[in-house]
Design a protein around this ligand. Structure first.
Ligand SMILES: Nc1ncnc2c1ncn2[C@@H]1O[C@H](COP(=O)(O)OP(=O)(O)OP(=O)(O)O)[C@@H](O)[C@H]1O
Ligand SMILES: [Mg+2]
Length: 384
């Protein structure tokens, strides 16, 4: 396929210059149209602007000067490149031409035969790059629009997913709670009346339904939090007493693994927080420490005041957090390299919920650890 030739419109009232330019340009394979005056050149260009790739114009012509031609053309198009030729070697003339919209300025001297081709090539290349740039910018704008539209769609789908998750978790809680309650009743009333095998089945039904209920609660939390409906109800409360109570509740699981819980609690001024939600945070920190630690190890829990914050830290002697896992902590469904050491359940939702709850309190979460040397998870809540 042969490429279409670049077409140049030349305006000059000197027939000798016109003929010379035409010859030079045609020998360089440009298509050339000529005119002996600015106004005729303007008419030719105006009749079919898209068929002219470049205008070369003399400065002084009788009916319409080169400057006037530039101004007229620029009223309609900023795009077509324009080279002005002049015999006048004054910087002010060049400046005036460029200011009026000329792309380049060339002196009609004895070197014109060489300089014209260099100038034309430079201007055409500049024009090509400008058009390419424009095209790329349009493409970019188009892509940005597409991206924004698909982002809106994704947000919408995510909201739908949260609504669905919320409805499913909510509606399943009732029946699963029923199964748990009934199995509890059967365990109590059936004791001694049914076979040992059947008692084992019922105990399994009971513990599995209890786990399912916990999972449903977490899923419901995720859906509530993600849809922005997490509401924190802070009230002035005794954080130290709350931590002590939660430790007692978690002690049973720790004892089973011969894990000792040691505390170091400072006295802190009264503080406002949502007790139910902070219990959830603390429970997850302790249950993680118990879950991922080896049998016969220690957990250290510390409560301190740090400027305008209170800091609670749960440190363990488990496997710690690997460098690779560090960036994934506190994300949803992140079950990382540390695995439960006694077959406990692990969904990978706890820390994501923790972060959202602490964010909701205007606080911060952090985890420090060297692999193999245990982990220390903290949360800070402000005194405001
Ligand atoms: N104290 C810890 N030591 C080592 N790894 C931990 C510790 N706490 C959490 N992790 C790692 O981070 C992951 C995410 O913890 P997260 O509490 O979110 O989930 P989970 O405990 O596995 O499940 P869930 O809390 O939903 O029951 C864990 O699966 C574990 O790999
Ligand atoms: Mg957890």
């Amino acid at each position: 396929m042969t490429e279409e030739r670049i077409s140049i419109l030349v305006a000059d009232d000197d027939p000798f210059v016109r003929a010379m330019l035409q010859e030079i340009l045609e020998s360089a394979d440009y298509a050339v149209q000529t005119s002996d005056d600015g106004s005729e050149a303007f008419r030719i260009w105006f009749a079919s602007p898209e068929s002219t790739d470049l205008i070369i114009s003399d400065m002084n012509m009788e009916k319409m000067s080169g400057l006037e031609l530039i101004r007229q053309v620029r009223r309609y198009s900023g795009a077509v490149p324009l080279i002005i030729l002049t015999v006048n070697d004054e910087i002010s003339v060049a400046l005036e031409a460029i200011r009026s919209g000329a792309t380049d300025y060339l002196l009609k001297d004895e070197n014109i035969q060489e300089t014209i081709l260099i100038s034309v090539e430079r201007v055409i290349e500049k024009d090509r790059l400008k058009k390419q740039n424009l095209r790329l910018m349009h493409e970019l704008e188009e892509k940005n629009r597409e991206l924004a539209a698909s982002n809106r769609k994704l947000l919408d789908l995510n909201q739908q997913k949260n609504r669905f998750l919320g409805i499913a978790a909510h509606d399943l809680r009732g029946p699963i709670g029923g199964i748990m309650g009934l199995s509890e009743m059967l365990m109590e009333e059936g004791a001694g009346k049914i076979s040992e095998d059947h008692e084992t089945f019922i105990r399994t039904i009971h513990s599995v339904s209890k786990e399912m209920l916990l999972l449903l609660n977490d899923l419901l939390d995720v859906s509530v939090i993600e849809s922005g409906r997490l509401d924190i109800r802070p009230e002035t409360d005794d954080l130290k007493a709350l931590l002590e109570k939660r430790i007692e509740i978690n002690r049973f699981a720790a004892d089973k693994k011969k894990i000792r819980i040691q505390t170091d609690f400072s006295d802190i001024p009264p503080l406002s927080f949502d007790a139910k939600r902070i219990s959830q945070v603390f429970d997850n920190y302790i249950s993680n420490a118990v879950k991922f630690s080896p049998i016969n190890s220690n957990i250290y829990i510390k409560l301190t005041q740090e400027n305008d914050f209170v800091r609670v830290t749960v440190r363990d002697e488990g496997p710690g957090i690997s460098e690779e896992d560090r960036g994934k902590l506190f994300g949803e469904f992140q079950r990382l390299s540390a695995r439960p050491t006694a077959g406990e359940s692990s969904t990978g939702l706890g820390l994501a919920i923790v972060k959202k709850i602490i964010d909701g309190h205007g606080g911060k979460v952090c985890a420090e650890s060297r692999e193999g040397e245990g982990a220390a998870f903290s949360f800070l809540i402000p005194f405001t």
